[in-house]
Design a protein around this ligand. Sequence first.
Ligand code: ADP
Length: 396
Amino acid sequence: MFILVINAGSSSLKYQLVDRDTQEVVDKGLCEKIGLEDSFLKHGLDDNEVVVTLPLKDHYDAIQAVLDGLLDPERGVIASLEEIGAVGHRVVHGGEYFNESVIINDEVIARIRECIPLAPLHNPPSLTGIEACTKLIPASPQVAVFDTAFHQTLPPKAYMYPLPYDLYEEQHIRKYGFHGTSHRYVAQRTAAILERPLAELKIITCHLGNGCSISAVDKGHSVDTSMGFTPLDGVMMGTRCGTIDPAIVIYLIKALGLTPDEAEDLMNRQSGLLGISGVSNDLRDIRAAAESGHERALLAYEMYANSVKRFIGQYVFAMAGVDAIVFTAGVGENDDRTRRQVFEGLEPLGILLDEEKNRKRGGERFISAEDSRVKILVVPTNEELMIVQDVLELIG
Ligand code: ADP
């Protein structure tokens, strides 16, 4: 029996088929450019990967293409759709309705629909994916796993914005936080690696990919997180500015006559590492440029590491201490230079990075010095595995 994990993005859809008993990935793939003329499906593990160009007008077509691929007599991995015991969907926004994963029914679908204004690009494709699975594999129960759910434990002092209170009640303006499945997964793994109960630990989880967020996880509960009402807030990112003085946006709208869409584009797609360096949004390119003397690339690097450091600092105070700081996602797992810059000068606080361990590559590992009071770790994220575990817990 297999679990199908679906991650629908605005114009893409990723999937994994996972063996229920061994939790091994037996097939995975990705539909891209959904809704465009040159849409395609890439599927298969490692050396067996193939790319098939085919028309995918929406996420319903994408699910159909994924199922056809799984059943393909030559390349497929299942003989019948009955082998798919359940489906787990990553859903970006659950608003204030969901603080954990749930079995999907009509009421859940209605709630996800109500959250569309909060995630207009992401919740609609998830709903189309759910609808397609309901029609095409009606016997398989489906589970929704929300990016926002893990952060529903934030106390009001952390999730409220100091704006007129009516805006919270009428417009649902509050901090929701994102990447929740990843923060939850790495916090759980950190406790397992430390061989201590999660309920005893203060952990700061740093998810640093193209999008970046940092969370304070106290006794297993998220108590603060850097992304806010939207994923634009918090740490400086690849193309997003993160936290800035909000008056800058008003100033630019007035001074340059920017439209709301232009202002949104400026902050979401032209800022962050790309905006400062002028080189790229990819930290590998920025590192190469910085190391060959490109001044703005160097500045982008320093600002980025400093931004991560600031949030870590906030969360040490928010939790009155920290036992472990953990890094995950593309940058967090791979970039030793960012990690080194983040911890530079923190020795008096008992936070000691081991330079050699930090330079080494690998999977889950400690990178703090033996005598560091605070443990520093790298834990590769695995949101799909977390989704499979939630599905198994709910469906049995
Ligand atoms: P996403 O948020 O899209 O899931 P990822 O977690 O895959 O992103 O992270 C993507 C980013 O990770 C890239 O933009 C790149 O900057 C960074 N990255 C990936 N590999 C490395 C590496 N070896 N060294 C430095 N940065 C890396």
